[in-house]
Design a protein around this ligand. Sequence first.
Ligand SMILES: [Zn+2]
Length: 129
Amino acid sequence: MSAQEKKCPRCGLLIGLNAVRCPGCGRSYLPPPINPNTEACAKLSVVFGGIAFVLFRWGVSGLPEIARALYHVVYWFSGVAGLVLGIISLLRLRANPRLSGRRAARIGIALSVAPVAFGVYLFTTLWRH
Ligand SMILES: [Zn+2]
């Protein structure tokens, strides 16, 4: 082992001292940042999940006929977007531990699950009749 090399603690391969990633096992050697970046999808997931949840709680019954189509479009779009973005950010966070936002992604998913599940339930019920 020379002065410019270190041993990877995971796989034992000799790697350059300034190596960013172990070529043997893929372990990252970037120093942890002081302020880790929040995964952008996690924030968006909370925003869309929040919109979907508010619409879900609010309901469509008090709205005039003309606004109902828009309600359903926004409801479905934000519900599905919140759910998908939350899952994407959880996967990204798993792949990159330097990112933060796990809590936000979970909140986004939690907010989106009820509106989407209820929407799917209503849709399948209506479909049968
Ligand atoms: Zn390694």
